[in-house]
Design a protein around this ligand. Structure first.
Ligand code: G6Q
Length: 551
């Protein structure tokens, strides 16, 4: 047993789990009409209803004891204070500094980073105002109409998710495109519809060494130079965002179009930095700053609020409750808002790359579950496909339902219908349908005898399936900033309690190394025998089938 699973707080939860296992949420709600008031929290326009969870007041008390045993509050202070808590990379973790107001002071190695952050934000404002206002134009003097972000992972998912989520605030003059995959189809299908004279490329890469991004950037550059018949055009049509300024200059990007960020910003936490430039271009810098302000409001809440009323802490501990004490292996993210269609994919990276680890901070293999698989789809679409498994499958899948009170697109009763589906699903997942209820329903439909008995088991829903509901007034920049920061801090709480470094990603680095290793063999024309039989077989099949080599 590890120190964590052997600890009093963990063992108390193991014992408590057995008691909770004998209760149902149905009974809990029946016994306590004030359950919603007890287990819901409000922050600005955000409501978290966590009353439909398999918890009692005692459960929460025990979960927060575990959080305190792990010294969550002290770790929060260490992160906000710029301590190098990303130990395997020797870095501070300061995405919170990216949304700190002008004039605050946050130091790394004795240096206040806030002025640097605002220097780059000011540069982003000048650039985005210039592009949106038409003073920054392409090589032939035309205003930009299309922006193509070339980047992958943390340098793509954030700008993509936020641009889509804040579409109602987007410029009607600019079309946003995101090219991430090294599959040439991504770039080819994007450029097919573009006019090079009015296209701006943004190459986003923290390291500026990522194979996919640099390959796409080189091909985009060749496309532009070929179409505009000018090497000089690159200076006006390319911008770059990176921590590696030497590499951006080597690539030939005009230094005036290079936006810096810092090694204390993790890729998946970087949308608040210049990596958010495509967002700023699309929604304007004032709205981008509202997005930052929303995140800052959540930072303050997280930093200053006792765990009992702390949204990220509560959500984080509920996740641990299901992953480690109920054996839940996955967590569904179900936004009832079309604009949040990329939110599940965004959280997939944020959560799974941060806490998908198998050793603790001391390098010991853990004997408890870490990150659940995160997945999801928007709204009622999911109801017509995978919700079946949520209701009647054999697995317990805690789910987060997210929905706006007000739609950006009021149209008849659409929004009331959307929300009625959302609320009804959380209710059904909690209540289920007993055999008696199902029997009465079937009897009312006129079924009797063997026919009724045969159908009965299929009509029973076990219920007792936990959900969180996050309601917000409207999906505006401030609210989205709060939501994203809420999940970032939830991940942090879980990482601290599970004794994980949430801020490295060696699994991603492995992919980067492997990609380069095999490539020469595919580019060559000699059969290979240096790998295992399967890998040799795949490479040799490719070489033969693509006509590069004989049999
Ligand atoms: C994020 C990860 C990873 C990274 C991409 C792109 O936290 O480190 O998703 O963002 O691999 O890396 P670059 O920005 O360096 O190109």
């Amino acid at each position: 047993m590890s120190a964590l699973t052997d600890s009093p707080a963990w063992q108390a939860l193991v014992a408590h789990r057995a008691i909770i296992g004998r209760q149902t949420m149905r009974e809990m709600f029946r016994a306590d009409p004030a359950r919603f008031d007890k287990f819901s929290l409000r922050l600005d326009g955000l409501l978290l209803d966590y009353s439909k969870n398999l918890i009692t007041a005692e459960t929460l008390e025990l979960l927060l004891k575990l959080a305190r045993q792990a010294k969550v509050e002290a770790w929060v202070a260490r992160m906000f204070g710029g301590e190098k808590i990303n130990t395997s990379e020797g870095r501070a973790v300061l995405h919170t500094a990216l949304r700190a107001p002008r004039g605050s002071r946050i130091t790394v190695d004795g240096k206040d980073v806030v002025p640097e952050v605002h220097r780059v934000l000011d540069q982003m404002r000048r650039f985005s105002d210039g592009v949106r206002g038409g003073s920054l134009r392409g090589h032939t003097g035309k205003a930009f109409r299309d922006v193509v972000n070339i980047g992958i992972g943390g340098s793509a998912l954030g700008p993509l998710m936020v641009s889509e989520a804040l579409k109602p605030y987007g410029s009607a003059q600019l079309n946003m495109h995101f090219v991430s995959n090294v599959d040439a189809t991504d770039l080819a299908e994007t450029t097919k519809r573009l006019d090079p004279e009015t296209t701006l490329f943004i190459v986003s890469s923290k390291t500026f060494t990522t194979q996919e991004t640099l390959t796409n950037a080189r091909s985009a550059r060749a496309w532009l130079v070929d179409r505009l018949k000018s090497e000089e055009a690159v200076a006006r049509h390319f911008a770059a965002i990176s921590t590696n300024l030497a590499a951006t200059s080597q690539f030939g990007i005009n230094p005036g179009n290079v936006f810096e960020f810092w090694d204390w910003v993790g890729g998946r936490y970087s949308v608040w930095s210049a990596i958010g430039l495509p967002v700023a271009l699309y929604i304007g810098m004032d709205n981008f700053e509202r997005f930052l302000a929303g995140a800052h409001a959540m930072d303050r809440h997280f930093h200053e609020t006792p765990l009992e009323r702390n949204l990220p802490a509560i959500m984080g501990m509920l996740g641990i409750w299901y992953a480690d004490f109920f054996g839940a292996a996955s967590n569904a993210i179900l936004p009832y808002d079309r604009y949040l269609q990329h939110f599940p994919a965004y959280l997939q990276q944020l959560e799974m790359e941060s806490n998908g680890k198998r050793v603790d901070r001391e390098g010991q293999e853990v004997d408890y579950a870490t990150q659940m698989v995160v997945w999801g789809e928007p709204g009622t679409d999911g109801q017509h496909s995978f919700y079946q498994l949520l209701h009647q499958g054999t697995r317990l899948i805690p789910a987060d339902f997210l929905a706006p009170v007000t739609s950006h697109n009021p149209m008849g009763d659409h929004h009331a219908m959307l929300l009625s589906n959302c609320f009804a699903q959380t209710e059904a997942l909690m209540l289920g349908k007993t055999a008696e209820e199902a029997r009465a329903e079937l009897a009312a439909q006129g079924l009797t005898g063997l026919e009724l008995e045969a159908l009965l088991p299929c009509k029973v829903f076990p219920g007792n399936r936990p959900t969180n509901a996050l309601l917000f007034d409207r999906l505006d920049p401030h609210t989205l900033g709060m939501l994203v920061a809420l999940y970032e801090h939830k991940v942090f709480v879980q990482g601290v309690v599970l004794d994980i470094n949430s801020f490295d990603q060696w699994g991603v680095e492995l992919g980067k190394q492997l990609a380069g290793k095999l490539l020469p063999e595919l580019l060559g024309n000699r059969p290979v025998s240096s790998h295992d039989a399967s890998t040799n077989g795949l490479i040799n099949h490719y070489l033969v089938a693509s006509g590069k080599t004989g049999c």
